[in-house]
Design a protein around this ligand. Structure first.
Ligand code: ADP
Ligand code: MG
Length: 226
C-alpha cells in the first residue's frame, strides 16, 4: 500500500453568508492517506456534513484549498468537478437515496452512466457489485421491498461499482439496528482491506472506534483523537 495522501484540506474555511454568517468550518487541515480508514465524530451542527460535502466536491471551500489525489480542485469548473466526482468518489448516505421506481440492478448501473464505464461492462459490473454485498438474489426487486440493511447494501454496491478511490459516508448506519450496523461496517471494512479509502461520519461510538483514525469536529474546528 502506498502512503501518498489521497485527500488534503489546507486551511479550509467554509462560511455561509447568512445573515447571520455561519463559519461551518474554520481553518481545517486534514490529510488522508490512500487506504486509510477515518471516522468523523462531533455534535450535531458542528460542520461534519459541510466537510464531507467539500471532500465530495458537492461544495467548495470559501477559503483554503482541497487537493484530491494530488490535484488542486479549486480551478476545476462544474463539469470537471462532476467528472472527478463520478470517477473517483463514492457516496453512502443515511437515507440510502435509491430510486424507488428502478430495480436494484438499475440503481447500481446508474452511476456508470457518468463514470465512463464501457456500456457492455455496466450490467456485469453491477451484478458483480450486488453479489459482493450479498444481494445477487435481489437484482429485480424494487428498493421498497427491501429491508433497511438491504437498501444500504444496494447503496454500497452503487457507491463502489465505479471503482472509486475514496468512499465518503454520512451517517451510513443512522437508520440501521445494531446487528445490521455491524454487517454494513464489516462490508465497508472488506472494501478497505482491498485498498478503498474510507471516510465515515457517525454518531455511533462503536462505529467510530472501528476506524483506524478518528477526527472530531466541534464548532467548525477539527482535532484528531488518538
Ligand atoms: P453536522 O453535519 O455536523 O450536523 P453541518 O455541517 O450540516 O453540521 O452544519 C454546520 C453548520 O453550518 C450548522 O450551523 C448549519 O446550520 C450550517 N449550515 C450548513 N449548511 C448550510 C447552508 N447551506 N446555509 C447556511 N448554513 C448552513
Ligand atoms: Mg450532518
Amino acid at each position: 500500500m502506498t502512503t501518498a495522501p489521497v485527500i488534503e484540506l489546507r486551511d479550509v474555511t467554509r462560511s455561509f453568508p447568512g445573515p447571520p454568517e455561519v463559519q461551518a468550518l474554520k481553518a481545517v487541515n486534514l490529510r488522508v492517506d490512500e487506504g486509510d480508514y477515518v471516522s468523523i465524530v462531533g455534535p450535531s451542527g458542528s460542520g461534519k456534513s459541510t466537510m464531507l460535502n467539500i471532500l465530495g466536491l458537492l461544495d467548495r471551500p470559501t477559503v483554503g484549498e482541497y487537493v484530491l489525489a494530488g490535484t488542486g480542485t479549486g480551478t476545476l469548473n462544474e463539469n470537471e468537478r462532476a467528472a472527478v466526482r463520478a470517477r473517483r468518489l463514492g457516496f453512502v448516505f443515511q437515507s440510502f437515496h435509491l430510486l424507488p421506481r428502478r430495480s436494484v440492478l438499475e440503481n447500481v448501473m446508474l452511476p456508470m452512466l457518468y463514470s465512463g464505464a464501457p456500456r457492455a461492462e455496466r450490467e456485469p459490473r453491477a451484478r458483480a457489485a450486488l453479489e459482493r454485498v450479498g444481494l445477487g438474489h435481489r437484482l429485480d426487486f424494487r428498493p421498497g421491498l427491501l429491508s433497511g440493511g438491504e437498501r444500504q447494501r444496494v447503496a454500497v454496491a452503487r457507491a463502489v461499482v465505479t471503482r472509486p478511490r475514496v468512499l465518503l459516508a454520512d451517517e451510513p448506519t443512522g437508520n440501521l439496528d445494531q446487528k445490521t450496523t455491524g454487517e454494513i461496517m464489516a462490508l465497508f471494512e472488506e472494501l478497505n482491506d482491498d485498498g478503498l479509502t474510507l471516510v465515515i461520519i457517525t454518531h455511533d461510538q462503536h462505529v467510530a472506534e472501528r476506524a483506524r483514525r478518528t477526527i472530531r469536529i466541534a464548532d467548525g474546528r477539527m482535532s484528531e483523537l488518538s
